[in-house]
Design a protein around this ligand. Structure first.
Ligand code: SF4
Length: 424
């Protein structure tokens, strides 16, 4: 099998304009956002047309692209206004839309010619015939279903010329690529129209229903049999940081990070790590080695344990969160650097969470620059010496021992416990 070594795109989520700028600043080649309509993240802080225009200008100036997710399942009348919406975002300069419903694809093709269409993961494309079908229908890229294995990726790549996009990091659905009505049932919020309430991750009690049919089926007595421990049906998160060579060699064109609802702390950290890993591999594939530093960095923003999803075989019970979660390292995002004066070594910082004199914090920036700092003194905006920065978005200054740059981030460890890796 011929291996391919094309530079893949690193594609990051951007729920807001601030996240879009952060993702690109930290090295994303492209971002995906949501508009006010037709997306699957009705609660993700979607973009107005004005914000899209500003985001597109920012991205294009830096050689990055912006895609708009319009991947809802459209019931009758949901599609009203879609043609105008697609025309408007095409004219704004959006590089492509991500769509799963053929109705919206047809509307986009007819009403907004020239606007590229990518197939959403919601269509569960996991074989090359399917990808070829969508390519013939005029689509330029297909996002694979998360259920595809690396061996299947290799086969798909050999048999199609359409661009392939695959998730490499972030939350997994317990259902088949999001085809789930659990949220609809539990909270009356439609997961396929942007309302998923993550019901699979709630805590459930397990008990044996005392129905005649059930008793017969499981051979239990009349009494309910409660099981003490609460359980959820949540899957652990995906992380492919340990398999960058496999991803690149198998010709995936776009490496997608999940999470339009995630914070700038999360987006900057995850993009930073994958940017570094991809660039290191492409620079010198022969001598490439995974750095423990990159893995540790991802764990600092991990919300669940990390595993490789379906890429190397079906997930086992170790990749499901049925019971209590194992402890993860916890970090708090405390601020962002606004400016730095190299002469005085003073950094101007915007507070995002409370920090105080005496705290040890970590500064980090693009290129995986990071250093630790113990805060000795801080000053407020009028130059008053203060003990703590308790107010949201408060601007303070402090002396730092190493140079920092605008948009560097500051985090603080909340505990000393170390991660426990998923047992394989
Ligand atoms: S409830 Fe869980 S499985 Fe269902 S769509 Fe939401 S995240 Fe996916």
């Amino acid at each position: 099998m011929t291996k391919q070594m094309k530079r893949p795109e690193l594609l990051a989520p951007a729920g807001t304009l601030e996240k879009l700028k952060t993702a690109i600043h930290y090295g994303a080649d492209a971002v995906y956002i949501g508009g006010d309509a037709y997306g699957l993240r009705s609660r993700a802080g979607n973009f107005s047309f004005e914000e899209m225009a500003e985001g597109v200008a920012f991205a294009h100036e830096r050689g990055a692209k912006v895609y708009v997710a319009a991947n809802m399942v459209t019931h009758e009348n949901n599609e009203i206004g879609a043609g105008e919406f697609f025309r408007t975002i095409r004219d704004i300069g959006i590089d492509a839309i991500i769509v799963s419903d053929p109705a919206l694809m047809q509307i986009a093709a007819m009403d907004a010619p020239g606007l590229e269409i990518h197939l959403s993961t919601q269509q569960s494309a996991v074989n090359y015939e399917t990808l070829n079908f969508w390519q013939e229908a005029g689509l330029t890229r297909c996002v694979l279903g998360r259920e595809v294995s690396m061996a299947e990726v290799a086969e798909i790549r050999q048999n199609t010329t359409v661009e392939i996009e695959a998730f490499i990091h972030g939350a997994m659905c317990i259902a088949y690529s999001g085809r789930c009505v659990l949220s609809n049932h539990m909270s009356n919020r439609d997961a396929n129209r942007g309302g998923c309430s993550q019901s699979c991750r709630w805590k459930y009690g397990l008990f044996d229903l005392p129905t005649a049919g059930n008793r017969e089926l499981v051979g239990k007595g009349e009494e309910d049999e409660d099981i003490d421990e609460a359980f959820s049906m949540s899957a652990v998160d995906l992380s492919m940081i340990e398999h960058i060579p496999d991803i690149v060699e198998n010709g995936i064109d776009s490496l997608k990070i999940e999470g339009r609802m995630k914070s700038i702390h999360y987006v900057s950290t995850v993009v930073n790590v994958y940017r570094k890993a991809i660039d290191s591999y492409l620079e010198d594939p022969e001598n490439y080695e995974l750095q423990q530093d990159w893995v540790d960095e991802l764990w600092k923003v991990a919300q669940r344990e990390l595993a490789t999803g379906f890429f190397y075989g079906a997930p086992t019970e170790n990749e499901q969160l049925f019971g209590e979660r194992r402890r993860l390292p916890r970090y708090k995002f405390v601020g962002q650097v606004l400016a730095y004066d190299p002469e005085t070594q003073m950094a101007t910082i915007q507070q995002r969470n409370k920090f105080k004199v005496g705290d040890t914090v970590e500064f980090y920036g693009p290129g995986m620059r990071h250093h630790m700092e113990t805060i000795e003194e801080i000053w407020d905006e009028v130059g008053e010496n203060i003990d703590a920065a308790p107010h949201a978005m408060q601007v303070i200054t402090m002396k730092v021992s190493q140079p920092v740059k605008p948009q560097d981030m500051i985090r603080k460890s909340l505990e000393r416990t170390r991660r426990k890796a998923v047992q394989k």
